[in-house]
Design a protein around this ligand. Structure first.
Ligand SMILES: C[S@@+](CC[C@H](N)C(=O)[O-])C[C@H]1O[C@@H](n2cnc3c(N)ncnc32)[C@H](O)[C@@H]1O
Length: 385
């Protein structure tokens, strides 16, 4: 995004703020990320991976998508091996979709032949990138784009990776025993924060549902958009599964008293910052997900939790180790073999990797309580020889 466009977004936000005297932080974040022309995700400047601002698991190695493909194939069996929709919302540059479809075409051609992969994508620039990356699968008639509501009545699996952490969040603080919300106001040439009463009652309802409030003086995030999303996903899914990968915690850990400033972070060229008022529209903004609330909202809408665990457990259950050994044994160049190991480790390592902070939630609707292959316990995994 050029400086000119950037200041265009800042000027627009300042006009909006001026006209109403201040906006909840969630509205500011919504514009910074999704303003139709200048938003971080919608402007087209977002790149995922080394050249961009952040990595996602699907941009680290195709192994992530290949393992998810195994889980999807089991879900297809559990669903009777008929027509099956894989819906992915927020598919970024299309890495996950490509890796899943390549793996299914190669290993499970019968499944590949009767599936439809539907992408719901807010960013036109990302749709262009997806079109390029997925050319072959588009030509084979396996992929289409659609609007969320077109998924009504779907049978299959609703997939997302790092979608929910990019939803706008309300920033909440507790002072003198009262919950207050961060509003963004104009100050001088830039922005400043003010604490005001909660903008909507749903925020209070959120804390009541989890039975936890932030500790005195602490700041935290409330992702109402994720609750709304969960309800909408449950509503469109007639029968099948929801597979959600994202970083986050159960509510108790997310709102633990030691987490004084919450989990909100901005990303720019792989550097993190806590300042959302710099590089507005030119940096990513994220916050960790509350997986307790996601599961409870889902449960109220008929979604049973079938699996919840750390990404490393999920990937190990699906055969990560075996895949690593197999790929390594095929690699004749020792340098490339080492690079492969390092890359794959990123997916499962706790510190500095994605293995622990990332969680996987699998929910089911009208499918009973099947034992999923991702649920294989680590002690039951045979060490490859
Ligand atoms: C952090 S990126 C993750 C991309 C991809 N899933 C990956 O793992 O590489 C978030 C993605 O969600 C998309 N997105 C955010 N809100 C959306 C919405 N309401 N509907 C569809 N896509 C959305 C963004 O455009 C972006 O592609």
């Amino acid at each position: 995004m050029s400086e000119e466009q950037k200041s265009g977004l800042v000027a627009e936000l300042q006009r909006q703020i001026e006209s109403v005297g201040g906006i909840p932080f969630a509205d500011f974040m919504e514009q910074a990320l999704y303003h139709p022309e200048h938003g971080y995700y919608t402007s087209g400047r977002t790149r995922i991976g080394k050249q961009g601002d952040f990595f996602t698991s699907s941009s680290v190695h195709s192994c992530f998508g290949q393992l998810i493909a195994r889980q999807l194939e089991q879900m297809w069996h559990l669903s009777g091996q008929g027509a099956f929709i894989i819906a992915e919302q927020g598919a970024g540059e299309g890495h996950l979709c490509l890796d899943i479809l390549d793996a299914l075409e190669d290993k499970y051609p019968e499944f590949y032949a009767c599936l439809e992969y539907r992408i719901v994508e807010i960013s036109a620039a990302n749709r262009r990138r997806q079109e390029q990356a997925l050319q072959r699968h588009f030509s084979a008639g396996r992929v289409t784009w659609c609007e969320f509501d077109d998924l009504q009545g779907m049978q299959g699996c609703f997939v997302s990776n790092e979608l929910l952490d990019a939803f706008p969040i309300h920033l909440i603080e507790k002072h003198a025993g009262k919950l207050q919300e961060v509003y963004v106001v104009n100050r001088g040439d830039g922005f400043a924060e003010e604490l005001r009463p909660l903008s909507v009652n749903l925020i209070q309802d959120y804390f009541q549902r989890i039975g936890i409030e932030p500790a005195e003086g602490n700041r935290c995030e409330v992702n109402l958009a994720a609750c709304d999303w969960m309800e909408r996903v449950a509503a469109v899914l007639e029968r099948g599964f929801v597979l959600t990968v994202d970083y986050g915690f159960l509510a108790e850990e997310l709102h633990a008293p030691f987490r004084h400033a919450g989990t909100f972070l901005c990303y720019h060229q792989h550097q993190t910052s806590e300042d959302p008022y710099r590089r507005v529209g030119c940096q990513d903004m994220t916050a960790h997900i509350d997986f307790t609330t996601l599961q409870e909202v889902g449960c109220q809408q008929g979604l049973d939790t079938l699996y919840f665990g750390q990404q490393y457990q999920f990937l190990m259950g699906l055969g990560f180790l075996e895949m690593l050994m197999e790929m390594e044994s095929r690699e004749t160049d020792p340098k490339k073999a080492q690079a492969l190991r390092m890359n794959l480790k990123t997916l499962i390592l706790p510190e500095g990797g994605m293995g622990e902070s990332f969680k996987v939630l699998v929910q089911g609707k009208n499918v009973g309580r099947p034992e999923l292959i991702c649920n294989k316990r680590i002690r039951d995994i045979a060490m490859p020889t």
